[in-house]
Design a protein around this ligand. Structure first.
Ligand SMILES: [Zn+2]
Length: 137
């Protein structure tokens, strides 16, 4: 089966599309999905395989694996807005957008760790993105 043609956006249009793109979805495209196994079930499977239902804890995407000890087929159910119609994002596009959104880039790993230690309990990626006291990118 022929693939659907992708729209060939110029770099400016792609930047505009990415600037509007959901941050959670962008993170999943960057880091891959945070899959959690929901369970296994029979029926509706492929060639008698058992199905394994997974859900991304970050973006809510669901994946059903046809499973018989090895995964024989995947089926994805994407959340609304995950797919950008007609646009194929490269890993480079995703990484460039993540870097553009990083509001603070520390001068060193040590400086970053010190800042995160001061914010004990919130030392996650989001706090790095929203930190504003060190240096703005
Ligand atoms: Zn996800």
């Amino acid at each position: 089966m022929a693939k659907q043609p992708e729209i060939d956006l110029d770099p400016v249009d792609l930047d505009l599309v990415l600037a509007e793109y959901n941050e959670t979805y962008l993170t999943c495209r960057d880091l891959m999905h945070a899959w959690r196994v929901y369970g296994y079930y029979r029926g509706g499977g492929w060639n008698g395989a058992t199905n394994r239902l997974l859900k991304c804890e970050r973006c809510g995407m669901e994946r059903t694996d046809a499973w018989d000890g090895i995964v024989v087929r995947h089926n994805y159910d994407q959340p609304d807005g995950y797919r950008i119609e007609g646009v194929r994002l490269s890993k480079g596009d995703v990484r460039a957008e993540q870097l553009r959104r990083a509001r603070t880039i520390f001068d060193s790993e040590e400086a970053m760790r010190k800042a995160l230690k001061r914010r004990k309990g919130t030392g996650n990626v989001r706090s790095i993105h929203s930190a504003g006291s060190v240096r703005s990118a």
